[in-house]
Design a protein around this ligand. Structure first.
Ligand code: GCU
Length: 331
């Protein structure tokens, strides 16, 4: 953190030099790729409200929803550069920047969404993820749930066998690629905003995500079968630009941290209802929801654990923590 402290000193000096004139408010930009109805956006509205209520004399928060600031892959670079101050980004998209985040790409890590939510709300987990925040250029402040990811496709997937020979869009990260290998499916990494086009042009036969993608991203126009194999729970991290956070007074940093926790509470509260609504709308679009034997899918990808833990020892500590959590809270 030495470099950031140094930059912070220079920035503070610059602010002092320019003091005297009326202090302008600092505009804080938040970017995300979802629609305004999405729980992540609702969370960010609470973040804005908290910041402007507690420090409205110093900060103005602007939210850029719906990819208006670019794709996740582009925005994380802007976060590192300090051009954008906050964003929500899937841990899968953070794996190429810091392999620790890959822990959430492991399949069937938690036996319920309740345990997963407890885990991602634990401050010790967020702290551990952020241990190298100076090198990363981003600092995790809280985690939004993104539910459970399952496969959906143009043809029904009723068993693991139905994945064979089909090509699925995946998020970034080597662990997702490994996962598809163990499932016996073909994969292609495509940015979130490009998936609709890829489905439309038959570049892929399907994708995997929570139910919201069928409706918000309109993937249900092409994929009429959603299979509850429930393979992954990976959160959207609410990250801040390390450059920004270490350039402001410590009490302001703390205030943004609290705003992130407020945002998370609202996001969690909205989640279940959003999923129910999305399911209803997806059914109206003609999507069929298929229940499968989850154990069959789970057994198929079991070898991934040994493989990933050997090749990415950085996740070991968080992996063990997640396992202990699951053991403690599983019914
Ligand atoms: C979810 C998640 C997004 C992510 C997307 C994806 O919708 O909330 O943050 O980008 O999955 O599959 O790319």
């Amino acid at each position: 953190m030495k470099i950031l402290k140094y930059i912070s000193l220079i920035l503070s000096a610059l602010i002092l030099c320019s003091a005297g004139a009326v202090q302008a408010k600092t505009v804080v930009a938040i970017a995300h790729t979802h629609e305004e109805s999405h729980p992540d956006h609702q969370g960010f509205l609470a973040f804005k409200e908290y910041v402007e209520k507690n420090a409205g004399d110093r900060y103005e928060v602007q939210i850029y929803a719906n990819k208006t600031s670019g794709s996740n892959e582009e925005v994380i670079d802007l976060i590192k550069a300090g051009t954008i101050q906050f964003m929500a980004i899937s841990t899968s998209n953070l794996e190429p920047h810091n392999k620790k985040y890959a822990v959430f790409s492991l399949p069937y890590l938690f036996s319920s969404e309740e345990i997963y939510e407890k885990f991602i709300s634990d401050p010790a987990v967020i702290e551990e993820l952020g241990e190298e925040n100076d090198k990363d250029g981003f600092t995790p402040l809280a985690a939004f749930t993104a539910g459970t990811r399952s496969f959906y496709a143009k043809t029904p997937i009723k068993s693991v066998k139905d994945l064979e020979g089909k090509r699925f869009r995946i998020q970034s990260g080597k662990t997702n690629k490994d996962l598809m290998y163990y499932f016996g499916a073909n994969d292609i990494t495509i940015s979130f905003g490009e998936v609709y086009k890829a489905l439309k042009n038959n570049v892929v036969d399907g994708a995997e995500n929570n139910e919201l993608a069928l409706v918000d991203q309109k993937h249900g126009e092409f994929c009429k079968y959603y299979t509850y194999d429930r393979h992954q729970m990976c959160p959207d991290m609410l990250v801040g630009s390390s450059l920004f956070l270490y350039s402001i007074p410590e009490e302001d940093f703390d205030m943004f941290r609290k705003a992130a926790i407020e945002a998370q509470k609202v996001e969690f509260n909205r989640w279940k209802k959003s999923i129910e609504d999305a399911k209803k709308k997806a059914k109206e679009m003609g999507v069929t929801f298929i229940d499968v034997d989850v154990h069959e899918f789970q057994d198929k990808v079991k070898p991934i654990y040994e493989d990933v833990l050997k090749n990415n020892p950085q996740i070991k500590s968080l992996y063990e923590k997640a396992r202990a959590f699951d053991k403690k809270y599983a019914k």
